[in-house]
Design a protein around this ligand. Structure first.
Ligand code: AMP
Ligand code: GLY
Length: 426
């Protein structure tokens, strides 16, 4: 089977890498891909949000399966278009993608379905948002309702900061139209985990757990990013917690969508906070996590092509996933300056040596310039290793990173610290 993968980030590299190693897959084509993905797939330069261009490409390539990686084309309705043309597609239709595309939609749906989540209000008028913030007090969370690449969330520890964030969003200054509605939320306290499910109609198949680190700096300090590292499994997600998330979060959400006539085929990603009162939903995404996908694909032993095709064709019932019991850990190397501005086109060397030291380097924001790999995005590399413990995987990755020759690359030095502390009995 030929598989067409849409996207060109670290998540899509991990998907292409795994698909290439799937017995059911004869060829992987990726749009637009990147120089790392080019090792595992034939890359075609069509932008991941060019719905017309992607539909034409699918018509000419005639893949047996299309896997849509990022949220943007899902929210723009790429899956609807391709399904209407008869393709088997892994990725939800536009209506279901609203779970990620609109935080106000997803919060309202959770309220209607009694899914545990933070108390919230949706506002479009700055004065009303401010009144709520002052009434509730800090800490408090302010979110742009629309898509903002993981950056549209401000966890404010003082009221003035929250008011400022809401004003910036609603005036259109900070997140454009994504901020024309804001969600004000109660601040939840606890440990976060990423609980992903393959969903196809009625069938909900949990993936093993993972945890990412959204903050830019060590010790979970600094601004939120798309994710600076991840590992799987996350020890805080015990079998009981996983079952609770399935029963109280994933199942009622999919049922509520179904009650509204919306079918979900793809990955449901529940970002959950494990609070004293049990797991509560922070957000839904409608795709694999990035970087969670990198450790997850490193551990998955099942034939990914077969599993995603079964989901696309609504045959997921009875499918089982096999996992390498060893944990995997991924450290993201970003361009210095991310999540704000950074200089593009810096030469990145030493990648072969990083891999020779026992890792797989998944590429995200890289491109080729004069035959050399250079940075072209904020998050650039996902250096990933499997080992007998999270601590050992962490050691392998950080030792390998010593070989990276890119002075403008930055990374956190503490990815996986919670799991390592648990392993050490702390
Ligand atoms: P989201 O994109 O909604 O997941 O938010 C990004 C990050 O902001 C989450 O991973 C959390 O670290 C933090 N966050 C979001 N909502 C809340 C909340 N209600 N309470 C505490 N932290 C939150
Ligand atoms: N790592 C967080 C996300 O994929 O949204």
């Amino acid at each position: 089977m030929k598989v067409l993968v849409v996207g060109g980030g670290g998540r899509e590299h991990a998907l292409c890498w795994k698909l290439k190693r799937s017995a059911s897959v004869s060829e992987v084509v990726c749009v637009p891909g990147n120089p790392g993905i080019a090792r595992d797939a034939r890359c075609v330069p069509v932008a991941a949000d060019d719905i017309e261009g992607l539909t034409e490409l699918a018509q000419s390539e005639q893949p047996g399966l299309v896997v849509i990686g990022p949220e943007a084309p899902l929210v723009l309705g790429l899956a609807d278009r391709l399904r209407a043309s008869g393709f088997a597609v892994f990725g939800p239709d536009q209506a279901a993608a609203e779970l990620e595309g609109s935080k106000s939609f997803s919060k309202q749906l959770m309220a209607d379905a009694d899914v545990p989540t933070a108390r919230f209000e949706v506002h479009t008028v700055a004065e009303l948002a401010e009144a709520t913030i002052r009434e509730w007090g800090a800490p408090i969370v302010v979110k742009a309702s629309g898509l903002a690449a993981g950056k549209g969330v401000i966890v404010a520890y003082d009221v003035e900061e929250a008011v400022q964030a809401a004003n910036d969003m609603l005036s259109g200054n900070s997140f454009g139209t994504a901020g024309s509605q804001v969600v004000i939320e109660e601040c939840l306290i606890g440990e976060e985990a990423s609980c992903l499910f393959l969903v196809s109609g009625d069938t909900i198949l949990p993936l093993d757990s993972s945890q990412d680190h959204k903050a830019l700096l060590d010790g979970d300090q600094g601004p939120n990013t798309g994710g600076m590292g991840a590992y799987s499994p996350a020890p805080c997600v015990t079998p009981e917690v996983a079952q609770t998330v399935l029963e109280t979060i994933a199942r009622p959400t999919i049922n509520e969508l179904a009650a509204r006539g919306i079918e979900f085929i793809g990955t449901l990603y529940a970002g959950v906070m494990l609070t004293e009162d049990g797991p509560k939903t922070l957000e839904f995404n409608v795709r694999f996590g990035d970087p969670e996908c990198q450790p997850l694909m490193s551990r998955l032993q099942s034939d990914l092509g077969e599993v995603l095709l079964a989901a696309a064709e609504k045959r997921l019932h009875g499918v089982q996933l096999d996992w390498d019991p060893r944990p995997a850990l991924c450290v993201v190397v970003a361009s210095d300056g991310y999540p704000e501005d950074f200089e593009k086109g810096q030469r990145i060397a030493g990648l072969d040596a990083v891999e020779a030291a026992g890792t797989t380097v998944f590429h995200a924001g890289t491109s080729l310039k004069d035959g050399e790999i250079v940075n072209s995005g904020g998050r650039v590399l996902g250096v990933t290793a499997l080992a007998s413990t999270v601590g050992a995987a962490q050691k392998t990755v950080y030792a390998a990173l010593e070989h990276l020759d890119w002075p403008g690359g930055i990374y956190r030095k503490d990815i996986g610290y919670r799991a390592v502390a648990r392993e050490n009995g702390e």
